[in-house]
Ligand binder design. Structure first.
Ligand code: ACO
Length: 318
């Protein structure tokens, strides 16, 4: 049997930081409201001209270095993003050109905050079936480009960043299972209503019915973590770490309660990162690995939920 395992992780945050206090000057909000309702204290945003692929390249090079390989050894690129540099070529291919691994399959997919979970699942399958040996999996976003900075309901939430992992073929897992879902019935609760085919009449900005999204996110994430454990015949107590999507500290706490996992075993970066959509899980993972909290051999549950709705999870032996 061939499995995939995480050989290296990397992440990158753009230099510019916007604090809650900065936002108090832009919209009718308070640091106290943002912290208590979301857990966010600051967020990073890309500089003018800095693109999603720029951020992704930094994260990718760090993951490749951590894996101890050369960029040319990557043979598959799966890139999750909702904020691509261009309509085409896709971000995966743009990144491939910069890394110099010419000719290998590279693509991007747009499943909002679940983008990294979808990319990880696909890359895992390609490694398992023997068609890839070293896959680069990216989640990267410049959500600041589709944030209405005059709308207090969304301006306080979204941010930019990139995270990456290198998956490599191994004799034992690694990635134990992945679980993906979507339900387009909820498309009107969280969307960006402007696009190439639909037209750019609508504002290029995220619209969200936050309280409804919140409730459904808690329910669906609760279901997917149960599904993940039961698919592997595991008890909640088997988990070493929860690495959740960083949208809102209250959603994270609700999932932790469901898993009966103490918050000390949950990776939380939302205070510093904000909601970076597809970049959120791989960035949180990389932070915890580099801080030495997540160690080799530990069992991780990764999960994310976002627009569509789309959601997913992965059980990973790190
Ligand atoms: N500052 C001050 N007050 C605000 C702000 C703000 N920034 N934003 C909203 N309010 C007000 C509202 O107007 C409302 O006032 P009212 O009671 O006078 O009408 C009040 O605060 C409560 O608003 P709610 O929307 O009910 O607040 P809630 O507690 O639900 O928190 C939040 C809002 C943080 C958006 C929360 O609902 C949430 O996190 N939702 C889920 C987000 C998420 O997970 N998204 C999925 C991923 S994102 C993606 O896929 C791109």
């Amino acid at each position: 049997m061939i499995y995939s395992r995480i050989a290296g992780t990397g992440s990158y945050l753009p230099a510019k930081i916007i604090t809650n206090q900065d936002l108090e000057k832009l919209v009718d909000t308070t640091d106290e409201w943002i912290r208590t309702r979301t857990g966010i204290e600051r967020r990073h945003v890309a500089a003018e001209g800095e693109t999603t692929v720029d951020l992704a390249e930094h994260a990718a090079r760090r993951a490749i270095e951590a894996a101890g390989i050369a960029p040319a050894e990557i043979d598959f690129i799966a890139f999750g993003t909702t904020t691509p540099d261009l309509v085409f070529p896709n971000c995966g291919t743009l990144l491939q050109q910069r890394l110099g691994c010419r000719g290998v399959p590279a693509f991007s997919l747009e499943t909002a905050c679940a983008g990294f979970m979808y990319a990880l699942s696909i890359a895992d399958k390609y490694v398992r079936c023997g068609e890839a040996r070293r896959a680069l999996v990216i989640g990267a976003e410049t959500l600041s480009r589709i944030t209405d900075w005059s709308d207090r309901a969304t301006a306080v939430l979204f941010a930019d960043g990139a995270g990456a992992v290198v998956l490599e073929a191994a004799a034992s897992p690694g990635v134990l299972s992945t679980h993906l879902h979507s339900d387009g019935e909820y498309k009107d609760l969280l969307y960006c209503g402007s696009g190439v085919s639909k037209g750019f009449d609508a504002k290029l900005a995220i619209s969200m019915t936050g309280s409804e999204v919140f409730k459904i996110a808690v329910t669906k994430l609760g279901q997917v973590v149960d599904e993940t454990l039961s698919a592997n015949g595991l008890e909640r107590s088997s988990l070493d770490w929860l690495v959740p999507h960083q949208a809102n500290i209250r959603i994270i706490q609700a999932t932790a309660r469901k898993l009966e996992i103490p918050m000390e075993r949950v990776i939380v970066t939302v205070q510093d990162h904000g909601n970076t959509s597809a970049a959120s899980v791989p960035m949180a993972l990389d932070v915890a690995v580099r801080e030495g909290r997540i160690r080799r051999g530990e069992l991780l549950l990764l999960e994310a939920f976002g627009g569509g709705f789309t959601w997913g999870s992965a059980l990973v032996r790190y």
